[in-house]
Design a protein around this ligand. Structure first.
Ligand code: SF4
Length: 328
């Protein structure tokens, strides 16, 4: 099947594109990565936005680009500095792959980011979605994207079920070849703000006249894995302008090589100085933080407070240090 059956005619596709793009022009959210055609800035945003909400990305995006304003600057950076700038976004493998890809661009492409989706896919951490997003937005290459939002919109709009294997072809046939970057972003925006995962807001939908279901066909949500609840006690130990930290093993599955507060293993009867909640991947943590007298266990290191900002800290550690005013 080349297109969803309700978009077989060129006229129907053209009308759909016009309506969607007109709506997006007025209603698209003003986001910093939408104000640029710089492939590096678009690439960074696409990597940060993987599995992360827009609101959580905004600050990190601005700070990251201030610190690494170009692909060359990123390629020359130490991995620890890249991880430190990524701290709080989670899924640190993304930062490592982005860094590795920047080095590859610097060394094998003379600092020029490849300008086609096909070539972009040779870089670490760039799959079909990311390559097509960068190529369509930065270089106006007519290649469609399919993410969860686009898939849901297509499934609801289509008269007939769309097989997984046909999703990309369907999206490609619907794409506006004259404005592929805007079209792709408009489809994702429609899914993110109107054709919502739960109940779609069809009364506000700019393309409802082309939609076969108008909310009647609710796309089944994949049941999410049950979240785990865990608790931990951490110690906050300071002496002479230094704080006691430990570095996670570089072989650790989660956050390898990053720095964190040491665990407080002894049975504790007193009140913690700080209690907080923190969610990482599929686990919701309840954390108690205790100030303690200086005693160093194996694997723990004194780190000057003045160096904290440059250290790749875990998101939880950064949160605790901010709450206790040890980090800006
Ligand atoms: S009419 Fe409703 S179900 Fe159809 S695309 Fe618009 S928001 Fe989604």
């Amino acid at each position: 099947m080349a297109a969803a059956s309700n978009f077989k005619s060129a006229r129907a596709r053209s009308r759909f594109r016009q309506k969607l793009l007109a709506w997006y022009g007025v209603n698209g959210r003003a986001l910093p990565w939408r104000e640029t055609r710089d492939p590096y800035r678009i690439w960074v945003s696409e990597i940060m936005l993987q599995q992360t909400r827009v609101a959580a990305v905004l600050d990190h995006y601005r700070r990251f680009l201030k610190q690494f304003p170009s692909v060359q600057a990123l390629a020359q950076a130490q991995e620890s500095a890249v991880l430190a700038a990524w701290s709080g976004l989670g899924y640190y493998r993304r930062a490592r792959m982005l860094h590795a890809a920047a080095k590859k661009v610097a060394h094998e492409y003379a600092g020029q980011i490849p300008d086609s989706a096909e070539a972009l896919r040779n870089l670490p951490g760039i799959g079909r979605y990311t390559a097509n997003a960068i190529a369509s937005i930065a270089f106006a290459e007519p290649v469609a994207v399919v993410d969860g939002n686009v898939e849901r919109v297509l499934a609801r709009m289509s008269e007939v079920p769309i097989a997984q294997s046909e999703l990309w072809t369907t999206a490609q046939n619907l794409l506006d070849p004259a404005r592929p970057g805007d079209f792709n972003q408009a489809m994702m925006e429609l899914g993110a703000t109107i054709c919502l995962p739960g109940v779609p807001e069809c009364h506000r939908c700019p393309v409802k006249s082309a939609c076969c279901s108008r909310g009647q066909k609710l796309v089944a949500r994949t049941p999410g894995a049950q979240r785990l609840r865990k608790s931990a006690s951490l110690k906050l130990v300071m002496r002479n302008g230094k704080i006691l930290l430990r570095q996670r093993p570089t072989s650790a599955q989660l956050m390898p090589g990053m720095w964190e507060l040491p665990e407080y293993a002894r049975g504790i009867r007193r009140q913690p100085q700080l209690r907080l909640k923190h969610s990482i991947t599929s686990t919701d943590w309840s954390i108690n933080v205790y100030t303690c007298r200086a005693s160093v266990s194996s694997g723990e290191t004194w780190v000057p407070l003045s160096q904290l900002a440059r250290l790749p800290l875990t998101g939880l550690t950064r949160k605790i240090l901010r709450r206790t005013n040890l980090l800006a």
